[in-house]
Design a protein around this ligand. Structure first.
Ligand SMILES: Cc1ncc(COP(=O)(O)O)c(C=O)c1O
Length: 404
């Protein structure tokens, strides 16, 4: 196995649930990546909103190396210092009183959903188990989270889905009024839908969900897996929306590329996860916790968070200028550095065609559904990389519209 791996090895050795690009990135630094051939690419994708501090940020590298020399794993039969420090940092910086640590977004959401059901079961009745979610939402790929997620294609073909889950329409409070009642234990919502099209939640909608949850003694769960850890210009999006959830889930940028997730909640709710009710071998792993602590402490500063807002304005300016020249977008939307460019009617459903053209021009971007070009770059991407990335994007767009 000393031969250099190739893309053909993916087809030969890996289950075919992904269809990766032909190029294989081998090195990253800041907002730039290099593939096996030495071709350089600017990264506006950020590993799908994961690389919050770009690639190999020295603060994260140092935290990982220091922990690697100290302690890797002890199991949850013991606790450990990095996990305790991370939990304290998350609690001190948010509404939460308690944290549950895990290794991914789906796992954090699985914990949130189980906690909500268990809390209602123990405190009200076994009938209080309904979960309200939203069409187009995305909460992960475990069986519970694909069932709660609002994209049926991810749950189909895997046998009977768990019951007691209903879906309202995002940003339509009336649709929730029709679904919620005293048998509802939780409403799960992304404060801005990510995979569903970079669609911000209306503040009145999110406030209305809070009020409906309060009226029916249901828990409000914010899935901040994609919007969290500085992505929208505050540590968590809820902090600038004036709506506080009962449970919040975080992952992706929490570890900046190291697998880690967290579920945050209040004392009132946390008590339902009594000893033995839930767990995860890697939850609170020292390596993951040390990196996440470094990421949170670095990102949750005025300098980085203000920088996100400044860069949002820059992205918007560039995208509007590109659109003024090529007329491909009908709307630029999003918060902070989670930005969506919605394709105009003439290019309806063709966002995905931009991606390979952009790669050829030396730019990585994303889509969110067939109609939205999505960008989730490093929160500290240098302005020069934004300008160069946008020049490359413009060349890709010009090719899409047939000008080049
Ligand atoms: C809002 C949201 N929730 C949950 C997840 C699932 O996270 P993970 O892939 O780490 O399980 C994602 C991933 O895209 C997400 O965007």
């Amino acid at each position: 196995m000393s031969q250099t791996p190739t893309r053909a090895d993916f087809d030969r050795y890996m289950v075919p649930n992904y269809a990766p690009q032909q190029a294989i990135p081998v090195r990253g630094e800041g907002s730039r990546l290099w593939d096996q051939e030495g071709r350089e690419c600017i990264d506006f994708a950020g590993g799908i909103a994961v690389n919050g501090l770009g690639h190999c940020h020295p603060v994260l590298v140092e935290a990982l190396k220091a922990q690697a020399d100290t302690l890797w794993h002890v199991s949850n039969v013991y606790t450990n210092e990095p996990a305790l420090k991370l939990a304290r940092a998350l609690v001190e910086r948010t509404f939460a009183d308690k944290a549950f640590l895990c290794s991914s977004g789906a796992e954090a959401n699985e914990a949130a959903l189980k906690l909500a059901r268990r809390w209602a079961h123990d405190n009200v009745s076994e009938h209080k188990s309904r979960i309200v979610s939203f069409t187009q939402s995305f909460h992960g790929r475990t069986f519970f989270t694909v069932s709660v997620g609002g994209q049926p294609k991810y749950a189909q073909g895997f046998g009977p889905v768990p019951g007691g889950i209903v879906h309202g329409e995002y940003n339509n409070l009336d649709s929730v009024r029709d679904l919620i009642d005293d048998d509802t234990c939780a409403v799960m919502v992304e404060p801005m839908q990510g995979e569903g099209g970079v669609l911000p939640g209306d503040i009145e909608f999110l406030k209305g969900l809070r009020a409906l949850c309060d009226a029916h003694d249901a828990l409000l769960i914010f899935d901040e897996v994609q919007t969290g850890v500085g992505r929208t210009g505050s540590l968590y999006a809820y902090q600038q929306l004036g709506v506080t959830p009962d449970i919040l889930t975080s992952a992706k940028a929490l570890g900046g590329g190291f697998p880690v997730g967290a579920m945050l909640t209040t004392d009132r709710v946390a008590s339902a996860f009594a000893f033995g009710t839930h767990g995860s071998t890697y939850g609170g792993n020292p390596l993951a916790s040390a990196v996440a602590l470094a990421a949170v402490e670095f990102i949750d500063t005025p300098e980085v968070l203000e920088g996100v807002k400044r860069r949002h304005a820059l992205f918007r300016e560039h995208l509007e200028a590109i659109n003024a020249r090529h007329g491909v977008f009908s709307e630029i939307r999003g918060m902070g550095l989670l930005i969506g460019a919605v394709m105009s009617p003439a290019f309806e459903g063709r966002a995905g065609e931009i991606l390979p053209l952009a790669v050829e021009e030396g730019l990585m971007a994303l889509v969110a559904g067939p109609n939205v070009l999505r960008m989730a770059p490093s929160l500290v991407i240098p302005e020069a990389d934004i300008a160069e990335g946008m020049a490359r994007l413009e060349r890709a767009v010009a090719r899409l519209v047939g000008e080049r």
